[in-house]
Design a protein around this ligand. Sequence first.
Ligand code: PLP
Length: 378
Amino acid sequence: MNKRIYLCLAHMSGKEQEFIQEAFDTNWVVPLGPNVNAFEKDLEAFVGENKKVVALSAGTAAIHLGLVQLGVKPGDEVICQSFTFCASANPVVYQGATPVFVDSEADTWNMSPVLLEEAIKDRIEKTGKKPKAIIPVHLYGMPAKIDEICAVAAKYDIPVLEDAAEAFGSEYKGRKCGTFGRFGALSFNGNKMITTSGGGALITPDEEAKQRTMFFATQAREAFPYYQHEEIGYNYRMSNICAGIGRGQMTVLDEHIAHHRHVHALYEEAFRNVEGITLMSNPDERFNANYWLCTILIDKNVTGYDYEELRQALDAKGIETRPLWKPMHLQPVYKNNPCYVDGTSERLFGMGLCLPAGPYVTDDDVRYIVDEILNYKR
Ligand SMILES: Cc1ncc(COP(=O)(O)O)c(C=O)c1O
């Protein structure tokens, strides 16, 4: 095999160009317009629950605007999942607040509800005030134990902002990830379930929150004929061109999700009886991951090699894989932040790899990847 197999490449439906052409023909080449409105309608129809969605320039911007609207300010603390990509936590710092990191549980690899409650109690005891928000993540598209997390959050009356950047289309008990918290963030970056080249969206509870999000995304301009600003805003709106890509992508979203789940099923079959290699799968029927990336854990005591050795060997065979996210509490930039950890994410980081799962990964590719893994050092 001489082609290279990537984790998750962008894949176009073919309709994207039509929407972009329409934008050019009507000269809507700005960060708002008919494609943006139509893309938001598509997103609202998809996530359901009567949510209102605002298309933005990035998933990071969505998390940031969620925090802005939750009133996160300098001196506040926000509880973040440690096991994630840095964009889940960085916007907390943009607000001058402090991320407090909480470890994952082993079933979903997401925020442990038990450690979450411990962290809340301890922060209240240590600082005399409650954390301002909680940001759980649905990592690699696996839903977090979101009802338990929301129950803890409700007990202390702290709002939840879900990071569903990797979990577009994932469901917990039949409900879409990103619709459980007060806000939910989606990402349409180049490697995500669908792409707008770069982009994201904030899922908001109602029309008022949607309008407020758009206000902050367009430099907080007040309703005057001249430019009047009474609050600090941002330039975070999605462009009408990118939204055209998004509209085209929505026509293949279901196909993409089905494909990722199909690839996962192939890996599941192939690794079923392989000692030392464990594929991450839905813990039970409540969870319905989109399997954005398929992930394995390698027990080097059994296999005789670790994830990095395997990563390099697969790379040489034309297969892109990637270590799991390095937990935030282990990142130099966050080394002094409070954290409530029990070793779970550190252990996962030390033994995991992401495998290709995107739209261009064929059944033959999966067979090739699995064979290369099974034949490595055996
Ligand atoms: C877990 C997680 N959160 C947030 C983001 C940020 O999204 P974006 O790249 O669109 O800013 C990403 C992806 O990049 C992500 O994987």
